[in-house]
Design a protein around this ligand. Structure first.
Ligand SMILES: [Zn+2]
Length: 273
């Protein structure tokens, strides 16, 4: 039997994941609707449904986009409101923003939001309190903990496959971002810049190895990764190197991946509904 992997889209515009404060976002070219529709077309042509973790800021400005995604049969999850690092927020600010982000999605779709992906995977040992807040707001699963260590994210010794977590008086399912273990190290392979940097054959090998062990992969993509013509702006080198890398190859690569493996929305893979 083929293992069903979780396909997730971190649904944000190209300038929103660049550590630019959200009060400055109004100055950048908004490309999320045409790019979002293009992504919906690719998924439709491939016959694949995904989970869209949608930023609250985007949902407030483009409710019709959220409706189109939902009506196409995809799952709607939350990516928070302002794309801020959770470990730099207070629990109070996180709760206020998350409440706003979840409510706007639920008002548009009329359906409960069950899943959460943190901006920059920023649930780390410093921000585990966030899980309790998510549980209070009715979130049933999270997919934010990256079992690697990086300058911005990761819990190096966290489990690599889905597991249940205590979050106050609730239990959340956690679906970690997938890694492939090579020579004792967890190598990130499952999306974003890693998907664009490694040759496709490497990603495919990793998927096969993980699926052969019976585990599902949690894969993620951003809409702007299939939009190679989005504006170039000056950025710190550590960010610009990965942000703009190999964008022109991503769409074809993504289509191949969708053809080579089986995917479903994350909530369905976890059996959370
Ligand atoms: Zn993001």
């Amino acid at each position: 039997m083929r293992v069903v992997n979780a396909l997730t889209i971190d649904f944000e515009d190209w300038y929103q994941g660049l550590e630019i404060h959200h009060t400055q976002w109004a100055g950048y070219e908004d490309r999320i609707v045409p790019v979002g529709r293009r992504l919906l077309e690719i998924l439709h042509e491939s016959g694949v449904r995904a989970t869209f973790f949608i930023l609250g800021y985007v949902a407030e400005r483009h409710p019709e986009m959220v409706r189109e995604i939902s009506e196409a049969g995809h799952e709607i999850g939350t990516h928070g409101y302002s794309h801020s690092l959770i470990y730099r927020q207070t629990p109070e600010l996180f709760r206020t923003e998350m409440n706003r982000a979840v409510r706007v999605l639920e008002e548009i779709t009329g359906r409960k939001v069950l899943g959460h992906r943190a901006p920059f995977f920023s649930i780390t040992k410093e921000s585990l309190w966030a899980l309790e807040v998510l549980g209070e707001l009715g979130i049933r699963y999270d997919s934010s903990i990256f079992p690697v260590l990086n300058y911005r994210y990761g819990i190096g010794d966290a489990p690599r496959w889905p597991y249940a977590l205590d979050a106050g008086d609730k239990t959340l399912m956690e679906f970690p971002i997938s890694t492939w273990q090579l020579m004792g190290r967890n190598v990130p392979i499952a999306g974003g810049a890693y998907f664009r940097i490694y040759p496709y054959a490497f990603t495919r090998r990793a998927f096969r190895a993980i699926n052969n062990e019976g585990h599902p992969v949690a894969f993620y993509l951003h809409p702007w990764e299939i939009d190679p013509d989005h504006p170039r702006i000056p950025l710190p080198r550590r960010i610009s190197l990965t942000h703009y890398f190999n964008l022109q190859a991503t769409e074809n690569r993504f289509r191949r991946l969708l053809g080579d493996f089986t995917f479903a929305p994350m909530g369905e893979v976890l059996g959370v509904s």
